[in-house]
Design a protein around this ligand. Structure first.
Ligand code: APR
Ligand code: ZN
Length: 243
């Protein structure tokens, strides 16, 4: 492994769909990915929801059911990051683009879902966010304000602003190590985080992915292979020598 990382400095980990692939969830841009079967403009934009909310609900309802299937469980990569957080002296923030809940199920506590959460619904009328473990449809009523037909998946669509951008910017500014796992580097602002870290010139940057991402050359260290093999090994190396 490359440079000695200051163990008192915080780590920021960015994750994408690749970390959940070996748990049985599809990625977006791989050959068998979600965007090979659905058009983004049909299911993942505010305009799509305005035009045909039932179609958008059907898309996310199917994904929610899939996520809640008992066969879908966190894998060794999710568990590795939880172990890192439990022991790293400088603290660890996981920023995920994923809307699944596999990081929290593995035990990660300091986690920001920058693209929202599949298991939550948001009211477009009052902004209330509530747990959502079953199908959404246009006839439902918001439990907070009583509006009818106002519930939408609590996910960030194309054209919408990702969540927690201020907290993430602060964390990128303070980290000693930035690790990107299982993301193709196609979607901004997440794809630009490595630039923000590199501009400071202090922190180490690492990409762990199945194959080189769009922005692979921006990372100082790059390791390729399945996340369940790479992440536990990388975490073990970071933690080596800690009490
Ligand atoms: N281990 C590690 N990486 C993997 C694995 C694996 N087992 N399987 C696939 N990958 C890699 C792929 O090589 C690819 O580079 O994961 C990456 C997945 O890329 P995308 O499908 O583009 O997913 P992601 O980067 O998370 O997409 C970003 O785009 O449409 C959206 O909102 C959606 O949050 C998502 C965003
Ligand atoms: Zn409401």
């Amino acid at each position: 492994m490359s440079p000695a990382i200051d163990k008192s400095a915080p780590i920021v980990v960015l994750t994408g769909a690749g970390i959940s692939r070996e748990s049985g969830l599809h990625t977006f841009r791989d050959k068998d990915g979600i965007w090979a079967r659905h058009a983004i403009e049909d299911v993942a934009t505010p305009e799509a929801f305005a035009r045909d909310p039932s179609r958008v609900h059907a898309f996310y309802n199917a994904r929610r059911r899939g996520l809640l299937d008992p066969s879908i469980q966190p894998n060794a990569a999710h568990h590795g990051l939880a172990a890192l957080e439990a022991r790293w002296p400088g603290g660890v923030l996981v920023v995920t683009q994923n809307i699944d809940d596999l990081h929290e199920r593995a035990g990660t506590r300091t986690l920001l879902h920058m693209h929202g959460e599949l298991l939550k619904a948001r009211c477009a009328a009052c902004g209330n966010v509530a747990p959502c473990l079953s199908d959404l449809d246009v006839s439902l009523t918001c439990e907070a304000c009583g509006a009818s037909g106002s519930l939408r998946p609590h996910v960030v669509w194309f054209g919408e602003m990702p969540l927690y951008m201020d907290e993430i910017a602060g964390a990128l500014d303070a980290c000693g190590l930035f690790v990107s796992i299982g993301t193709s580097g196609n979607v901004y602002p997440a794809a630009g985080f490595v630039h923000e870290v590199r501009m400071r010139g202090i922190a180490h940057t690492v990409e762990l992915n199945l194959e080189p991402s769009e922005g692979h050359s921006n990372f100082v260290e790059r390791l390729y292979g399945p996340a369940t093999a790479l992440v536990p090994r990388y975490v073990e190396a970071l933690l080596a020598g800690l009490p």
